[in-house]
Design a protein around this ligand. Structure first.
Ligand SMILES: Nc1ncnc2c1ncn2[C@@H]1O[C@H](COP(=O)(O)OP(=O)(O)OP(=O)(O)O)[C@@H](O)[C@H]1O
Length: 832
């Protein structure tokens, strides 16, 4: 090909530094008058050059990453140069289109297009289509028709997002068609479309959001078999994480059974619990850790902490004092409101002083405890006029809820309260009985103890500290030591699963509005250090350590992550520590695809660190992902589904799902029964009658009696023992029923109060502060528990409740007209 040269036009000689422009060795080269030159490799052209003709000269615009204009060229020469350039650019673009096809095949046709591969396609594929759309005529003129067609199709999606969605959909359709037979047979029943899609979608991160009985297990088995059978993934490259050992064993057995059925002679993937995974990684780095006996026997941990705290109380006066001070936590100032209002009855008081009095308010608690600790015998009576009486000295002690200006707290009328105080003082004066006065403002100013001491001294009351040994004995005999140990064990567990640093600990307690937050944080840090010290002494680690250590080995390259696919079951209950561990595996592994399978409606393990937000806010907290919903349930009928679903979706934080059921019925299958037998309350008798009814219709049907608390089940079980039925009868707590099913379920324990359902017991303030943040909807976790309970039933769920003191859940079902069958007239709905 003859070399074409374009010189500046006659006019251009005056205005441009260019000497001439030519094509040399696949580049457009511009030579300047000052003897320098600049090359534009044709491979870098992203589109055809644009030739613009003016009156006296032409200009060529080169389109690379940026556009460059070469002006004032001789018109005729510029046209020839541009023609030749077009031929060369066309050949380069043709190669680019061919490369784009290869990339598209690699990243979007032979596998599910992953988020991490979108930038590659954006750069080398989607951008080509955009260039094509800006000059289609030239592309059509110079490129092969097949490539033009390819670009036209690619270009039909208006945005990258749409193109990605389109490519993914095409991939899904193709896979559905190719593997239809496999998906029909891989499980005992043909997979549903949504189950198939969950199997096919293989983004970097995937969330399979299910409902109860929608076949989560089927999806995990089918997905791993599909990967092994069709995608040349080796079993050992797949890791399935189960919530506990039983679930892991069940998955293993089911995998083997299905593989055999599919005629695949393959070993099972790694199906492990998080703990077993931690251990496996440690072992792979030739570490054989000793697992602390505390992990397998929580009683031993309880004994150890009790011993440690006891020794500390007996030997460390400062610790002893702090321990007493922190027995009850006071949550912000408003929580001592009831003591001034006199609304809370003494019976319900949460404060029990060391002297054994249930005192009305937190400040009275401090006073009573101080008197006790300093050996001052005192009586306590709740009343308008007096609080404490010291019989040995015939002295009265009153704590007034007023500030320095004499204003009573919390809306009590100043005039009448002042009158009361005046009257009281007068009375004592008349009777000549000494009266010691303390005030709310003493406490607010941190000087209550000081005031008390000074006043007692003034009245010659002898105050001698009873000694740490006696304090310890008292704490033991009142049960307060035991109670506090349980509280601190829960805190310890929360600190471990939430992996809280010392500063996070302070912050969390402070945020929750607990008074003395620094002291609590210090006490908890001390307990935590003692615990880790104890593990050191044992030469052992616990499960939390195991996960942290395993993650560190991965981070430092001492343990390799051999998996290409990680599937996690029961994701709604994942803890922060476990999520951090998973993130490490994903980050340090090679191109890992992560699938979380969970049901936000069944998140019931917050107390062991389950952080539902990882599921409900997956995008923010875990990352961009593909979401697939499993909304067809096979376990139960439309009646159970409608009631349980509507009930759980009252909480706006839960995902909205439209559940369809395999089985349809016409009448309500959730039945409300009262717990009255022959005029008096007898839950056990009612359960027995219900079982008898079921037995009459189907003597082989499985039955589960389910309750919030184990002790409720024990009572019923004992009652039933003398008259066994042929049906298999199970006794499950609501938590324990997760993942299980029975033909008929009988749910009991719908009481009001602390041990009711929903439990009015909000949990301990301190423990609450350390657990993962909970959504604000009232009783949200208990609500999900009832959802779990009802959806264990394949045919009918019976709810046995007290009609005279209805639990709020039962009232809600009645008053909001849930389509349940109310089989007792005792549940009268209030007239609307
Ligand atoms: N495509 C299907 N066709 C028919 N039955 C199915 C299908 N998929 C799953 N099942 C059946 O539905 C039942 C529930 O499945 P599975 O136990 O996997 O559900 P799950 O989502 O784990 O339930 P849960 O969350 O309540 O524990 C099982 O008996 C299973 O065999």
């Amino acid at each position: 090909m003859a070399q074409i040269i374009a010189n500046p036009s006659w006019l251009g000689r005056f205005f441009t530094r260019i000497k001439y422009v030519t094509i040399e060795q696949a580049s457009l080269v511009v030579y300047f008058k000052n003897k320098t030159s600049y090359s534009y490799p044709i491979g870098e052209f992203t589109n055809f050059p644009q030739l613009k003709k003016a009156l006296f000269s032409s200009k060529i615009t080169l389109i690379t990453n940026k556009s460059t204009v070469i002006s004032f060229l001789n018109k005729q020469q510029a046209t020839s140069l541009n023609d030749q350039l077009n031929v060369l650019v066309a050949s380069s673009l043709e190669q680019k289109v061919n490369k784009a096809k290869t990339l598209l095949k690699q990243y979007a046709t032979s596998e599910y297009l992953r988020d991490s591969n979108i930038p590659i396609l954006s750069k080398s594929v989607f951008s080509l289509a955009q260039q094509f759309s800006s000059a289609p005529a030239l592309w059509q003129q110079y490129l092969s028709p097949v490539n033009v067609k390819f670009l036209t199709i690619l270009n039909s999606a208006a945005t990258t997002e749409l193109a990605v969605a389109e490519l993914r959909q095409q991939y899904e359709q193709k896979q559905l068609a190719i593997k239809g037979d496999f998906y029909n047979k891989v499980e005992s029943n043909p997979l549903t479309l949504e189950q198939r899609l969950s199997v096919i979608r293989d983004n970097d991160k995937n969330l399979v959001l299910a409902a109860a009985g929608t076949g989560k297990t089927s999806v995990m088995i089918a997905k791993s078999l599909d990967l092994i059978a069709h995608n040349t993934v080796k079993p050992k490259q797949i890791l399935i994480l189960a919530y506990n050992k039983n679930a892991a064993n069940e998955l293993k057995a089911r995998f083997e059974q299905r593989a055999k059925h599919a005629g695949l002679n393959i070993q099972a993937p790694s199906i492990l619990t998080f703990h077993a995974l931690g251990l496996k990684l440690l072992q792979s780095a030739e570490q054989s850790p000793v697992v602390s006996k505390f992990t397998t026997n929580p009683m031993l941990l309880n004994q150890w902490l009790t011993q440690w705290v006891s020794n500390k109380i007996k030997s460390d006066p400062a610790f002893c004092k702090t321990y007493i001070d922190l027995l009850y936590e006071l949550k912000n100032i408003v929580s001592h409101k009831p003591e001034s209002h006199h609304t809370q009855t003494i019976k319900n008081s949460q404060y029990q002083s060391l002297a054994g009095y249930k005192v009305q308010g937190y400040q009275q608690l401090l006073i009573s405890n101080w008197l006790y600790l300093y050996g001052i015998d005192h009586n306590y009576t709740q009343g308008e006029s007096t609080d404490f009486y010291l019989p040995k000295y015939n002295i009265y002690l009153v704590h007034f809820n007023i500030d320095r200006q004499g204003n009573p707290l919390f809306g009590i009328k100043k005039a009448s309260y002042s009158e009361q105080i005046k009257h009281l003082r007068k009375q004592h004066k008349q009777n000549n009985t000494p009266l010691i006065e303390t005030f709310d403002y003493n406490w607010q100013e941190g000087k209550l103890e000081q005031r008390l001491k000074a006043q007692l001294q003034k009245h010659k009351v002898v105050a001698n500290f009873i000694g740490e040994q006696k304090v310890y004995e008292r704490l033991t005999s009142t049960g307060q030591l035991k109670q506090s140990i349980e509280k601190y064990l829960s805190c310890l567990s929360a600190i471990r699963v939430e992996q809280l640093s010392a500063s996070q600990l302070v912050e969390r307690i402070k945020q929750s509005g607990i008074k003395n937050h620094k002291n609590y944080a210090t006490l908890l840090s001390t307990i935590h250090s003692a615990y880790t010290q104890e593990l050191n002494t044992q030469g052992a680690i616990d499960f939390d350590d195991m996960i942290i250590k395993a993650a560190n080995l991965v981070k430092t390259g001492k343990a390799v992550v051999p998996w290409s696919h990680i599937l996690v079951d029961e994701f709604q209950d994942i803890s922060r520590a476990r999520m951090a561990f998973l993130n490490t595996l994903i980050k340090y592994g090679d191109n890992i695809r992560f699938t979380a399978v969970g049901d936000d409606w069944q998140a019931i393990y917050r107390f062991s660190g389950g952080k539902l937000a990882f599921t409900t806010r997956f995008n923010n907290l875990v990352g961009s992902h593909t979401l697939t919903m499993l909304q067809k349930t096979f376990r139960y009928n439309n009646s159970i589904s409608e009631i349980a679903g509507r009930f759980v979706m009252q909480n706006p934080e839960q995902y909205k799902k439209q559940i369809t059921t395999h089985t349809q019925v016409q009448s309500p299958q959730v039945i409300l029964l009262d717990d009255i037998h022959q005029g008096s309350k007898s839950v056990a008798e009612k359960v027995q009658q219900t079982i008898a009814t079921i037995n009459k219709n189907n003597s082989a049907a499985s039955i589960a009696v389910i309750a919030r608390y184990r002790f409720l089940l024990n009572g019923v079980q004992k009652h039933l023992e003398p008259k066994p039925v042929s049906n298999p009868v199970h006794f499950w707590t609501l938590h324990g029923s997760k993942g299980l099913e029975a033909d008929y379920c009988i749910i009991i324990g719908f009481e009001q109060g602390k041990l009711g359902f929903p439990g009015e017991h909000q949990g301990n303030n301190l423990v609450e502060a350390l657990l993962p943040v909970q959504d604000k909807y009232p009783h949200s976790e208990e609500r999900r528990l009832l959802y779990v309970g009802i959806t264990r039933a394949k045919h009918k769920a019976y709810l046995i409740a007290d009609p005279h003191a209805c639990s709020t859940f039962i009232s809600e079902l009645i008053n909001d007209n849930y389509p349940i069958h109310i089989a007792s007239k005792l549940f009268n709905k209030p007239p609307s």
